[in-house]
Each structure stands twice: as structure tokens, then as C-alpha cells.
Design a protein around this ligand. Structure first.
Ligand code: UDP
Length: 457
């Protein structure tokens, strides 16, 4: 295997291989690969274990060894755009458990430490059982992890399943979150959600020696301190990983080919005039919401660049390659003001002068990327930690506003103009610029401490 060969050849730190493993979601793989490159740059030998599904391309990651674990064949629930995130997580954990254990066992003698996806209790358990020191890599925020671990407590206190009359109450112990901002997976069973959380929490408590977060102190210092106290574990805030890793965006791992033509389209726009719209790699909306988004954008009069991903509208055929059709008559209404792509080079888009704001589903990577470019946000959280992230964007950091709980064309158009050309929007942009400065000042000290810690395990 590649990892073993690397050891036989004598890595920079013999018997000091760090194994990384991510669940095969775009938003988890990218930060994991960036952390892998950063650890490699600090002299550690790094082996990335990965699934066959959404396998990374080794050619894009020189210096890293890649070993497929060959997960058991994935059920539709693990991959279908119509299955919820909890169903996906449970199916993926089941599919990787035995193959991950076997792959790690085959490398075990050389491994100093495994850094595994913090949603992957199967991998944490396997490493613990094999006696390999393990760190959990959270690709969400510290606030989101605190919320996740609190779910069984909130259920016992009567907050879950959610009750309409409690939605605006503060979430006990998790301020500034209200009950409506708590992690939510619509349509999933509360017991199943609690079961998943308990599996993660048990694995963390039983096996994990530390938590690694793709976040930074300036935005999450209190949450990081609380999580360290609550788990009695060291936490390493090594983010924003995409800033520290310095991987040029075109060389990044991408699950879909980005349409780079949109950059030329942006070149022809005036500074801060364009709204960028994307719901990330997983979030979906129903046809009615999609049409309201479309008409709201067209009706706002604001130029926009919109990622319309195949499969992002629910109810289409599984594995559908074509993006959902636009409503009839939309093109005429947009009159050249709108550009639609199936996948954008997002980091380059957000860094472009023409971008004035980002309408986002509030995936954690998207939030970090927006903050790092000083771009204010219109938030439309869809599920899971996105609700938490949206609350921090709007109420803790003041760099965004809600598009509204109900997606309706007139409200959309109003929210878009308020953010793009209104005074509130200008204030949010100013605060976003200040956060951008703090993000760019984030240093690699936490990463250095992480390396020291790994070497001490
Ligand atoms: N992304 C991209 N092009 C797109 C949409 C998304 O490159 O058209 C990238 C984006 O830059 C981010 C990731 O996909 O790094 C999405 O991760 P996030 O955590 O925001 O959301 P998820 O897809 O996990 O829900």
C-alpha cells in the first residue's frame, strides 16, 4: 500500500504517519485535504484513507499518500439527493466501519495518530479499539458541536421535537441560539437523531484525545473555551484552513467541474454590484421555493450569479445530470442581469470585486469563505448546523440578514435590495470587512500546537 511504501522508504518521521479520514462530502473532504497538506508541510508523513465514492484525485495532492478503504456498497440512502443528511450519515458510518478498521489495522504499526471526521463515530470507535490515538476533525463550527452534543439534553427538557410556541425561546445553555436556530433535520425522527448524536458523543468520550476545528479564535473564542471545558479535551482552532493552506483555488479538489466562464462575466460588472447565490453541494429546495427564488432574484433588479446544481430541486430523478429547468419566461425577465451555472469556482467568485453579497445556505465552508473575503450574507439555512451558522452570521457577528423563513418572490426581492444597496447592507459589509481583517490575521500557531500534540501522543 502507498502508505506502507512511504514508510519503508523512510518518511521524515519514521513511525510518525498521520492518517486522515473524511466522510465523502465535498464540505468535509476539502478541509481534510487542506489539513493533510498543512501537516505534510510541517514534516509529518500523511496517509489519507478514503472511500471509493467521491474519491480524491491524488494528482492534485503531491506529497500525500492515498489508500482506498473500499467501503461496502453504498445504499441509495447514502447518496440520493432526496435522502436527508441524517440518513446519509448513518448509511455512511455503517458502510465504512469494517473496511476502515481493516485499512487502519494494516497501517497500524506505523501510525502516530488518526485524524478522522468528527461525524464518523465508526472511524473514531475503530481507531479507539485498535489503540491508535485519534483526534476528531470537525468541519463545522465549535458552536455547532456544542449544539449537537446538547441534543439529548434538549430532548429530555422537552424542547425536541420542536413546538411552535417555543421556537423564539432562548435555547438553554446555547445562547445566542433560539430554539428555532437549533440543529434541525426536517422529516427525521428525534430518536434517530438522538441515537446518532449519542454514537458521536460516546465515540468522542471513549476514544478521542482532542478536537480539531476549522474555525478561528476571533469568531469563536467563547465557544471553543466552552467545548474544551465540556469535553475536557484540548481543542485546536486551526482555521480558516483554506487561507492557511494557500492552495490556489484552481488546484483544489472539486466534486464538480466549475464553470470558470462566470469569472469573465463578473469582470464585466461594476464593483460590489453582483449577488452570488449558492446552496452548496447538498442542500435542496422544492420546486415552489426554487421558482420563488428565481422570480425574486429576477424581480430585484440586482445582477446575480446563481449556482443551479443538478439535483438541487427535490423530486427529480436520482443521479440526474441536468440542472432543473428554469421557470418559463425567466430569461426574458432577467434581461442579461443573471448568470446561471451548475457549479462555480466559489472562492474565486467570492474574491471577485464585482461581488457585493452572498445568498448562502450557511454551510460552514461557505461562511468561512465569505468572511475571509469580507462579503456580507443573505442567509437561507436548510438543515443541520446551517441553522446555527445563520444565527451567528446575523446576530453574533452582524454580517448578514435573513432572507425570510418563507421563500416568497416579493420578500426575496426586498431582502436582496436591502442587502445590496440599503444602509443596513452597507453596515453589514463594513463589519464583514473587519472580520476579513481578523481572519487574515489568524496565524498558524494552533496548527503548530496540533503538530506538537500529535508528536506527543
Ligand atoms: N462550492 C463550490 N462551487 C459551488 C458551490 C459550492 O466550489 O458552486 C464549494 C464551496 O466553496 C464550499 C463547498 O463547496 O467550499 C461547500 O461547503 P459548505 O460547507 O459551504 O456546504 P455543504 O456543501 O457541505 O452543504
Amino acid at each position: 500500500m502507498a502508505g506502507e511504501e512511504q514508510l519503508r522508504d523512510g518518511g521524515l518521521h519514521r513511525r510518525r504517519v498521520v492518517v486522515l479520514f473524511s466522510l465523502p462530502f465535498h464540505g468535509h473532504l476539502n478541509p481534510t485535504l487542506k489539513l493533510a497538506a498543512l501537516l505534510r508541510a510541517r514534516g509529518l508523513a500523511v496517509t489519507v484513507l478514503h472511500t471509493d465514492f467521491n474519491a480524491p484525485d491524488p494528482a492534485r495532492h503531491p506529497g500525500l499518500a492515498f489508500v482506498p478503504i473500499h467501503e461496502t456498497p453504498l445504499q441509495d440512502t447514502a447518496v440520493s439527493p432526496d435522502s436527508d443528511i441524517l440518513a446519509k450519515l448513518l448509511a455512511l458510518n455503517a458502510a465504512i466501519a469494517a473496511p476502515f478498521r481493516q485499512a487502519l489495522a494494516s497501517l497500524q504499526d506505523a501510525v502516530a495518530c488518526a485524524v478522522v471526521d468528527g461525524q464518523c463515530y465508526a472511524a473514531m470507535d475503530a481507531a479507539g479499539e485498535l489503540g491508535v490515538p485519534v483526534l476528531a476533525l470537525r468541519t463545522d463550527s465549535a458552536a455547532a458541536l456544542r449544539n449537537m452534543l446538547a441534543i439529548p439534553r434538549l430532548r429530555d427538557a422537552g424542547y425536541l421535537p420542536f413546538k411552535e410556541e417555543q421556537l423564539d425561546e432562548p435555547a438553554p445553555g446555547l445562547e445566542p441560539l433560539r430554539v428555532r436556530d437549533l440543529i434541525r433535520v426536517d422529516g427525521c425522527d428525534t430518536d434517530e437523531l438522538c441515537g446518532f448524536v449519542t454514537s458521536v458523543a460516546d465515540a468522542v468520550r471513549a476514544s478521542v484525545s482532542g478536537i480539531v476545528f476549522n474555525t478561528f479564535e476571533a469568531i469563536e473564542a467563547p465557544e471553543l473555551a466552552k467545548i474544551q471545558r465540556e469535553l475536557s479535551l484540548p481543542a485546536f482552532a486551526v482555521g480558516p484552513l483554506h487561507l492557511l493552506s494557500q492552495t490556489p483555488p484552481p488546484a483544489e479538489q472539486s466534486l464538480h467541474a466549475p464553470d470558470r466562464g462566470c469569472l469573465a462575466w463578473l469582470d464585466a460588472r461594476t464593483p460590489r454590484s453582483v449577488l452570488y447565490v449558492s446552496l452548496g453541494s447538498l442542500a435542496c429546495v422544492n420546486r415552489a421555493a426554487f421558482e420563488e427564488m428565481a422570480w425574486g432574484l429576477a424581480g430585484s433588479g440586482v445582477p446575480f450569479l446563481w449556482v443551479v446544481r443538478p439535483g438541487m430541486v427535490t423530486g427529480g430523478a436520482a443521479g440526474e445530470e441536468a440542472p432543473p429547468p428554469l421557470p418559463d419566461g425567466l430569461e426574458e425577465k432577467m434581461r442579461g442581469r443573471g448568470k446561471i451555472v451548475t457549479w462555480a469556482p466559489q472562492r474565486e467568485v467570492l474574491a471577485h470585486d464585482a461581488i457585493g453579497a452572498f445568498w448562502t445556505h450557511c454551510g460552514w465552508n461557505s461562511i468561512l469563505e465569505s468572511i475571509c473575503e469580507g462579503v456580507p450574507m443573505l442567509v437561507q439555512p436548510c438543515f443541520a448546523d446551517q441553522m446555527v451558522n445563520a444565527r451567528y452570521v446575523t446576530h453574533e457577528w452582524g454580517v448578514g440578514m435573513e432572507v425570510g423563513e418563507v421563500i416568497e418572490r416579493e420578500r426575496v426581492a426586498k431582502a436582496v435590495t436591502k442587502l445590496m444597496v440599503g444602509e443596513d447592507g452597507a453596515r453589514m459589509r463594513e463589519r464583514a470587512r473587519r472580520l476579513q481583517v481578523q481572519a487574515s490575521a489568524a496565524t498558524s500557531l494552533a496548527l503548530d500546537s496540533l503538530v506538537q500534540y500529535i508528536l506527543s501522543l
